[in-house]
Design a protein around this ligand. Sequence first.
Ligand SMILES: Cc1ncc(COP(=O)(O)O)c(C=O)c1O
Length: 399
Amino acid sequence: MIAPYIKEMITSKSASAIRKMFEQGKILKAKYGDDKVFDFSLGNPDLDPPGEVLNAIEEIAKDKSHGCHGYMSNAGYDEARQAMADKETLEQGIKVTSDCVVMSVGAAAAINVVFKTLIDSDEEVIVPSPFFVDYRNYIKNYNGKLVEVKTTEDFSLDINNIKNALNSKTAAVLINSPNNPTGRIYSEEDIKNLCAALNEFGNKSGRYPYLICDEPYRAITYDNKKVPSVFDKYDYSVIVTSFAKNLSIPGERIGYICVNPNCPEKADFIGGCTFATRVLGYVNAPGFMQKVVAKSWNAKCDYSAYAKRRDLLKDVLDNAGLKYADPEGAFYVFCKVPESYGDDDAAFVEVLEKNLILCPGGAGFGMKGWFRICYCVDEKSIINSRDAFYKAAHTVKGE
Ligand SMILES: Cc1ncc(COP(=O)(O)O)c(C=O)c1O
């Protein structure tokens, strides 16, 4: 018999709705034709990886030296850890050394490894909503509790809500910027205020919750917006990230964890993450891809292609009369369901599907009454979805 909790997870309607939708998209495309189905369900980047990445793959594949496919330290190859430290030095603006880094099997594993390291049973992780669907599952993996705190109307951080949620059981605060699903980049001001609140709480209580910054979309921003640094503002801070989105290699499962070099618990934290990488069964991040990103981490896709798609999609949504949050980064638009549906995003998602548009509802992201559109799809799909969105948006609930 499989565990009842897992049974519930794989059979409940809401469970992994996005993945199910991805599968449903394939079925609908086989039935109606590729160009008739508008699949905006999964954040699967469709730009080709940069040449530097493909060249590094070719070059490293030629290596036939003895032991080059062997185990390495659970934290990863020295050369890869050093390259990630160089990257973080650039992004965080303070000197980061390789002993702050543990390589991971993508951002998902990085988050799991950090949670395994930090969360004691029944401890809490504060997460501003809306948030990436799988956070709930990841926290549950370690018997932790996700504490949702609302963001402001424009999806910025509400520092007072976070302050009010802090308590002696708070192991961490987890933020994601640019955000999936809203595309919001939390401002310098918001990050400063959040770090001040965490410092104040730590000074008073003696426990400094970790600030975990999930940043797989850091490089994908629009209108010259930048994601603020945290290492200069709060010592108990950690970056978890991957190359899935910025280098368009999500299937290759490569990412890393980087702790603030000034974290007083740095050695324990990195020791914990190295141990967790092993005992969660990852053992180490894929060795081949560690070597690839050590050489090509600074490459870029042409993110202006996403900016163009964002603008095309905004035009489609404006035409349909749908309200949405203007994305500053990543490749998602978070959209309000039409008025007659109220909070019932599931009902509107069904109407979208009848019009052959696939988008997950907001409930899974912790925000009912909204739905997410992922625009890393070709321009034609966005342009051709115009009539379908218009029709769906003008279908009154129950019609
Ligand atoms: C906010 C966020 N965090 C983490 C992940 C997981 O990324 P990875 O594929 O690197 O595990 C995703 C994937 O979509 C994401 O959107």
